[in-house]
Design a protein around this ligand. Sequence first.
Ligand code: SAH
Ligand code: SF4
Length: 356
Amino acid sequence: MKSIYSYSLKELQNDIKPSFRAKQIYNWLYKKYTTSYEDMKNIPKDLKENLSKNYPIDISNIIKKEVSSDGTIKYLFEFQDGKTAEAVLLLMKDKKKDANGKVIRSEQYTFCISTQVGCKVGCSFCLTAKGGFVRDLTAGEIVAQVLYLKKDNNIDENKSVNIVYMGMGEPLDNFDNLVKTINIIADSNGLDIATRRQTISTSGISNKIEKLGELNLGVQLAISLHAVDDDLRSELIPMNKAYNIKSIIEAVKKFPVDTRKKVMFEYLVIKDKNDDIKSADILVKLLKDIDAKVNLIFFNPFEGTAYERPSNNSMMKFKDRLISKGLIATIRESKGIDISAACGQLKEKVGNNGNT
Ligand code: SAH
Ligand code: SF4
């Protein structure tokens, strides 16, 4: 049975009579973080009974929580069929000025959310890929990750958070449920997370990037590029044989981008593979007609991998080269390393390995 979290407000308004009850229910679920119909005080008893029978709330449980020394929290979710996926809360400290010009420290939350259990794409550098593909997550299971992270951390209903679909799975490979989730969590009657605060990270399924662009949702796009020539890219991301670099660049050029934002290109830097200055120069050329920024990621090694982490020095040189040629480039801070919450360290622990 579909969870209540899978329903858009419109769908609930169509289903539930009188329809104004749908907004009240949304308010309980997403503003007050209520997880039991019992507690919904202004909802009549017979409707509550109908809801608990036909629109179950509890579809996922947090079965493990690890807190890193830098404030990162990694959650392991278990869904109704026993499958698991991870979500990560990242804490960024922001310095802001108040009305009197005084510097205040504010906390900015970013949630890294999973869209599938496992992944079909099979990238050679990614730990998630090692477990293979298990299944797509439903919209309700993706929405629940966002909601439960807000609830578990007592984050005020009005506090805005950022969402990155960068956990387990390839978001564009679960297209319909992704789009549904984006709309449900953006609803101002619910979690109210503006689409410009939602970033979709993709390994580059060009036709799906175009399809997403046509929907004009206002979301941000992050492309996992990682290589500047097709041979290397196909070694890293086998799907590149079907959707090569050129096709990705063409798809990105058509993507509607918020004027204040840029398309992010993620470039995983692997020692002696793609960390040379020549690659940096080709990258600059590839991105010359795109309003792009580059995020350089240190390869995170894991047991059994032949790839190595690049030196800090080659990383800095690579970054400086991009900047000297006019590109915006940053090096991604690795957060939560001590609890394996960093990129590419997410994998299903229960079920696949049974070692949790
Ligand atoms: N499937 C999507 C989103 C999830 S992966 C995608 O590929 O974009 C999120 C990010 O983690 C991607 O940029 C991916 O390339 C990166 N990543 C995967 N394995 C990694 C590793 N071992 N070290 C560092 N980053 C890694
Ligand atoms: Fe899937 Fe992304 Fe990992 Fe590639 S990097 S296997 S697309 S999760």
